[in-house]
Design a protein around this ligand. Sequence first.
Ligand code: FAD
Length: 389
Amino acid sequence: MTSRALIIGGGIAGPVTALALRKAGLDPVVYEAYDKGSDGVGAFLTLAENGLAALEVLDLSLADLGMDTPAMVMVSRGRELATAPMRARTVTRAELYSALRDEAVRRGVAVEYGKRLVDAETTPTGVRARFADGTTAEGDILIGADGLRSRTRTIIDPKAPAARHIGLLNTGGYAHGLSLPGRPGVAHFVFGRRCFFGYLSHPDGGVWWFANPPAKREPTREELAAITPGQWRARLVDLFADDTGPMLDIIAATGHIFPAWNTYDFPRVPTWHNDRMVLVGDAVHAASPSSGQGASLAIEDAVVLGRCLRDLDDPAVAFTAFRAARRQRVERVVAQGRRNGNGKMQGPVGAAIRDLILPVVMRRVAEKDLLGWMYDYRVDWDEPATAPR
Ligand SMILES: Cc1cc2nc3c(=O)[nH]c(=O)nc-3n(C[C@H](O)[C@H](O)[C@H](O)COP(=O)(O)OP(=O)(O)OC[C@H]3O[C@@H](n4cnc5c(N)ncnc54)[C@H](O)[C@@H]3O)c2cc1C
């Protein structure tokens, strides 16, 4: 019987997997590379209804965090192209990470900080993990919830592909002292002439926003780090100078603009596991932020893996069942995210076509429930997991 699980990474997939494993009767420990409290990195994300439903399986609710996001509105050249209802919650990454970790600890999970996995090996009875501080840990299984740049992924498969740059940067911030029209919480997505912009008004009066400047070539970390905050502000002002909408006011009302970072996805990771180690979350299927699904998929993974480990004694069989249950879905979401991202990077002709087509497409999506496969997915915790034939 699998009992002790070493979970690498204390982001979203890590703590939620720990909670699912505890519910399944296992004994998980979370190892996070950074020190406690160092995850105040600015950005926010939106948990879609499928992710919220997966959290509910574990009696987790985000009702006290962030804001409800009841709809999205798409805008181009000052014209509303489409509106769609949503059941989602928008939260800052920092508050989400710490709420999930705190809840894991409250339910008895040990979370160790300053533990960066550098290597791991299978032993005759389980696994041994080695950390950068020279310590080791032993368990029956190891779960790599260590994100896009997963070390676990390359331990399992040294030939694992690298993430794919998707041609967009990401920046954003929190604006204050503005009063924008519209309902709080509604996600506004603006196709600017040269840059995509998203914003939501918080009920407390703040405005949360992000922008996706296009980047045909992937800038290095050093190149990005060399751009000063003032240069970023000037670049964003320039990118939105010819657009209609509140973008320039929002940028002007923002004290600190996040330094921009690259965005990536993972169309396909060939090897998800070996006999004792398995990957979850971004480590195995990062979706473009344009999918709005990365965190939700990570949470679904956690619950599905918990169910597989509860019902299948041999970890290798449980991991195979997990992959079989998840692969097709996550790859479909990654592909959808890629398509969404492409819509943000159109030239003038492509943009004109997009503006003509999008309202029709969105109407069809609503009428025929074409994205139901993505949002209506539910994990039935009580359904027994079976070994794939
Ligand atoms: C700009 C942006 C916007 C996004 N917007 C959305 C959105 O609106 N909706 C949505 O659902 N998703 C969104 N996402 C995606 C979402 O943030 C990720 O899919 C989600 O965080 C994945 O969770 P994870 O736990 O797998 O990885 P992460 O959250 O990256 O967590 C990985 C953790 O592992 C730790 N770690 C890394 N290496 C090691 C190591 N060697 N040893 C120990 N620990 C390690 C890291 O410090 C980190 O804490 C967005 C992503 C970005 C970048």
